[in-house]
Design a protein around this ligand. Structure first.
Ligand code: CA
Length: 362
């Protein structure tokens, strides 16, 4: 049977069994949508803007999967609006979508922080387990619904590095008066240890570190940090990623625009975002591995693990900061309690599964 004849027969039989449903379904299937997506990161930034599993890749995936019925025009930071105005732009309906990290909105709504990362929070596996299978995504939707927004995970850097230090760090004392570039919640925690916290955009980290304006800096991980040239400004590269054990890219969508999409296009958006979440993480893992070898072998970089007493201090300060925030706002408390309960559950499972395996690899 020729394809056209088959389709004719198929549609006749659909019409025969459910004429009421068939007509609007056909009309909706032909309806096309044009969305705009802004992004908090600058043009061409690998992972954050371009490359496998990036926001521009998401736009492309959606267009292909929907046969062109949903087209999303992407604007990097500064191309339509400034970097951190995506939340307001989506909320006001200027654009339908934005790519960023939910913790950029922590000043507006602290609980958003938990949907990117919190210090001593969840790694990639744990975060996804919480979001997709542990009630996290439902909580995210519940938090954003009254704001006229909906969000999905659309990427993950994986574990980040503590950062770059011009001098070795041996004790909690060494943090006193240390000038460090570190944004967000981790900055708050370091402040409690006496760190002089500096907020600098990505592009200003290298010159500041090189000139000694700052003594230390955190950015992302080997691939992204090497792009900024941080290995040429400091040689001591510390781990663990206590401050960002993983980091979720947020696909933020106007609830109004989302509700206008037919179910199949909604599903395409969800599935494409989920694919990018996985693909971006795979890309990060592979590229970080290569970049770290290069940094150590060809740039004289020395990797170190933060001493245990420092990590223990950072952990106790972190929990104090998070509990204080949770006490201020019932929305934060609800997300905090759910996140911490899941963290505990995942920690006890991974301590008997992933951890012994990793320990044996060493
Ligand atoms: Ca970071």
């Amino acid at each position: 049977m020729k394809r056209r004849d088959f389709l004719k027969t198929a549609s006749t039989s659909i019409a025969g069994t459910g004429a009421v449903l068939a007509a609007p379904a056909v009309a909706r299937a032909q309806e096309t949508f044009s969305f705009k997506m802004t992004n908090a990161y600058p043009p061409n930034a690998p992972f954050y803007v371009s490359g496998p599993g990036s926001p521009t890749d998401f736009c492309k995936k959606v267009e292909v999967m929907s046969g062109g019925r949903l087209k999303i025009q992407h604007f990097a930071a500064g191309e339509l609006i400034p970097a951190l105005e995506g939340f307001d732009a989506v909320q006001s309906g200027t654009v339908e979508m934005n790519a960023a990290n939910a913790y950029f909105w922590a000043g507006k709504i602290f609980a958003a922080q938990y949907f990117t990362t919190v210090p001593f929070g969840l790694n990639f596996q744990g975060m996804n387990a919480w979001l997709y299978s542990g009630g996290g995504l439902e909580l995210w939707h519940e938090l954003y619904k009254p704001l006229g927004l909906v969000a999905f995970p659309m990427g993950n850097t994986g574990v980040q590095m503590t950062g770059w230090f011009r001098k070795p760090i041996n004790s909690v004392e060494d943090f006193k008066g240390l000038k460090m570039r570190i944004p967000g919640l981790a900055g708050k925690v370091y402040k409690e240890l006496g760190v002089d916290v500096k907020l600098l955009p990505g592009g200003e980290i290298f010159p500041a570190l090189e000139r000694g304006v700052i003594d230390a800096a955190e950015f992302v991980g080997p691939f992204q940090d090497r792009r900024l040239g941080l290995q040429n400004a400091a040689k001591y590269y510390y781990t663990t990623g206590w401050h960002e054990p993983s980091n979720v890219t947020e696909l933020l969508i106007s609830l109004n625009a989302w509700e206008k999409l037919p179910k199949d296009l909604q599903e395409i958006v969800k599935v494409a975002a989920m694919a990018c979440n996985l693909e971006s993480h795979c890309w990060s893992e592979a590229n970080n591995a290569d970049a770290l070898v290069d940094l150590v072998k060809n740039h004289g970089v020395q990797t170190n693990v933060l001493p245990k007493e420092i990590v223990a201090k950072l952990r106790s300060v972190t929990f104090g900061v998070l509990e204080a925030e949770a006490a201020k706002d019932p929305r934060t408390k609800k997300v905090h309690d759910a996140f911490m309960a899941f963290r505990e559950k995942h920690r006890s499972w991974s301590s008997i599964s992933e951890k012994p395996y990793h320990d044996d690899l060493a």
